[in-house]
Design a protein around this ligand. Structure first.
Ligand code: NAD
Length: 477
């Protein structure tokens, strides 16, 4: 099946195609529309035509339509999870238990949020009444990556639509299929034509044409820091709003007093879930010295026990990396870790499978130690199943090591001393700090990073604020 554009309520091809590859099989299984500036123009024009009626649609009706999409995602959960597993090489159980349910939840959440939103009034003594209108921006761009394709696409599209904007979305060319299917579900749910449009294709071609389009009023981007920097430059030139969710090199801090059963199990999950291809994955594991040897031993045992297999097999815990290109990058990082003097404690090489997956791009879960904080392996995002271990002594060194990168997306810390947990959390340069947990999400909280991990916040009312423009109305009394 081909992954098409979705413009003005219909699926349409572009003039050119790209291969759509199943990374677990290491071979193409379909095609993706490769859009250009003309396709982007058609999508933006459709969105512009749909905007006045959509912005004027009562909030209750917008909310009902978003909920209808959520129910169809629930109905098609298995089909969507299978599509996600084939496109991205991820275990189908991960897609069906976490990612696809979360996509439905994104629509449900913003269907609720928009009905509960309010704005401020500022009575100015007895002379005036000021109030704030929050109005939709118009046509907005939502650009998403390959690691959690439907989950992250809907995390942007749902608040943008709830707030009354029309959207041109650009999913990753590496994992286009669930975006294609989302188009079908939106039509079936009765979303008016042109309210959501989806442009498939390459970032530097379709994505950059979208960002450069003069009618785009805001760009919500999730992806690499390199591309985020480019988009920040373009949007700044045109004074267009940008929300940027970018890379990370997240620390997982384990103090010696932590519940080590829980800390190690969750640290292994944080390091290796989705083959380490989650922006929130904890790839730098920092352990207080008295617990270092024990954590190391247990973590290596858990990494070795992870079952690598066909993503479509429900028993599989580790699938393939998302693409040949990404596999090559991760293998290059493993080589670099060795050159830098790292000791590979487990993994460190390609995993070879039989049958359908014999040509797939699988990498063994890998733990490396013996590297200092300044080396490239501990500074650069790998975004694969590779974690490093470093010891620390005391709170000050823990904080210093945690903050010693250009990133600041998420941190986890593990301790039974809650007073220390609060004090350390306040000192970490990180948009999110999890205490005794990892990736526990409440969609009302602000989501985003500091330093080179992000600009702006998604989630809850922050997302609705991003997708609207506040207007002060001052009435003289
Ligand atoms: P990427 O930056 O290569 O691509 C992201 C999206 O941007 C894709 O749809 C791509 O086609 C598009 N794109 C690429 N070049 C573009 C351009 N010049 N103009 C407009 N669009 C362009 O990222 P990726 O490899 O797909 O995803 C992995 C990265 O995403 C990692 O760095 C990861 O940390 C990050 N990520 C961050 C978060 C977060 O919430 N902070 C979440 C998930 C992933």
């Amino acid at each position: 099946m081909d992954a098409l554009n979705y413009i003005d309520g219909k699926h349409v091809a572009a003039a050119e195609w790209l291969d759509n590859v199943d990374p677990a099989a290491g071979a193409p299984y379909g095609r993706v529309a490769s859009s250009d500036a003309a396709d982007v123009e058609r999508a933006v024009a459709a969105a512009r035509r749909a905007f006045p009626a959509w912005a004027a649609t009562p909030v209750g009706q917008r909310s009902r339509l978003l909920r209808a999409v959520a129910r169809l995602i629930d109905r098609d959960k298995d089909r969507l999870a299978r599509a996600e597993a084939i496109d991205g090489g991820k275990p189908v159980t991960l897609a069906s238990s976490i990612e696809v349910p979360r996509a439905a939840q994104n629509f449900d959440f913003f269907a609720d949020a928009i009905t509960q939103w309010h704005s401020e009034a500022h009575p100015t003594d007895e002379v005036a009444l000021n109030y704030t209108l929050r109005q939709p921006l118009g046509v907005v761009a939502c650009i998403s990556p390959w690691n959690l394709p439907l989950y992250l696409l809907t995390w942007k599209v749902a608040p943008a639509l709830a707030a009354g904007n029309c959207v041109v979305a650009k999913p990753s060319e590496v994992t286009p299929m669930t975006a294609h299917l989302l188009g079908e579900l939106c039509s079936e749910a009765g979303l008016p034509a042109g309210v959501l449009n989806i442009i498939q294709g390459l970032g530097p071609r379709a994505g950059s044409a979208l960002v450069a389009h003069p009618e785009i009023r805001a760009v919500s981007f999730t992806g690499s820091t390199r591309v985020g920097r480019e988009i920040a430059g373009q949007t700044a030139q045109r004074f267009v709003k940008a929300s940027l969710e970018m890379g990370g090199k997240n620390p997982n801090l384990i103090f010696a007093d932590a519940d080590l059963d829980d800390a190690v199990a969750q640290t292994a999950r944080a390091a290796f879930q989705n083959q380490g291809q989650i922006c929130l994955c904890g790839s730098r594991i920092l352990v207080e010295r008295p617990a270092y040897e024990e954590v190391k031993e247990r973590l290596v045992a858990q990494a070795r026990a992870l079952r690598i297999g066909d993503p479509l097999d429900p028993a599989t815990e580790q699938g393939s990396l998302v693409s040949r290109q990404h596999f090559d990058k991760v293998m290059g990082c493993l080589e670099l870790a060795r050159q830098e003097g790292g000791r590979v404690l487990c993994g460190g090489k390609r995993a070879r499978l039989e049958g359908r997956c014999r040509a797939g791009w699988f990498v063994e879960p890998t733990v490396v130690d013996g590297l200092g904080p300044a080396c490239r392996t501990n500074q650069e995002e790998i975004f694969g199943p590779v974690a490093t271990l470093q010891p620390f002594d005391g709170v000050d060194e823990a904080v210093q090591l945690t903050n010693a990168t250009r990133y600041g997306l998420a941190a986890s810390l593990w301790t039974r001393d809650l007073s220390r947990a609060h004090r350390v959390a306040a000192r970490l340069q990180s948009g999110i700090v999890w205490v005794n947990c990892w990736m526990m999400r409440d969609l009302r909280t602000p989501f985003g990073g500091v330093k080179e991990s992000g600009v702006g916040r998604e989630g809850g009312f922050d997302a609705l604020r991003f997708f609207t423009e506040p207007k002060n109305v001052c009435v003289k009394l």
